[in-house]
Design a protein around this ligand. Sequence first.
Ligand code: TYD
Length: 211
Amino acid sequence: MTTDQEQPRGFLVVFEGIDGTGKTTQADLLARSVANEGHPVIRSREPTTGTYGQQLRDSASSGRRSPEQELDLFMRDRAQHVAEVLAPALAAGKVVILDRYYLSTAAYQGARGIDPEKILQANEAFAPIPDQVFLLELDPVAGRRRIHDRGDGDGDLFEGEEELHKVARAFAQLDRAYIARLDGTQSVADLHDAIIEILENNLRWPGRRRV
Ligand code: TYD
């Protein structure tokens, strides 16, 4: 098999960051504008609604597992997601837009003491590498306030306040060329414009402006 055949032909965009940063809003907006341009697009998220994703959600209310058990479940959930959804969509040339992916594992399970670089490498060994990650940055307290204001309780399943600061720091330290860090305090429209501009400068972006 040649390297070309191993490379997915589609384009993988991922939104990352702590909860309340605007990931879902921006992912939805982007999906709409990509579809309007006539590109086939799919939206998905992790954890998924499959068996392992459900076990993870249950564990948030019934008591957290050990960091290793949690890592194992997120990896299983992702392996299933890759096999059933992501790899086929990318192979079919689709633009895939995700809320959370393996940078969340590096930040959240990294914040619990597992080496983030090892987590990244373990994922990069089997999961398609994103063409572009948007890491939306926001002060954890402001993120919490947004979640509270939109009536979603007190925030992420796995995030107490102290933990949330650790996760934000872990996200801040991740180092990959495909990460663009964006200020999550910007307006929805400004953030969307910044996202489109970055994508249009990405050599692999199918909607790239030809100048
Ligand atoms: P979240 O995006 O809040 O999912 P949903 O809104 O669908 O319930 O993610 C759930 C929690 O899982 C959140 O606290 C982040 C955490 N998480 C990890 O700890 N590791 C991971 O690899 C992923 C994908 C998420």
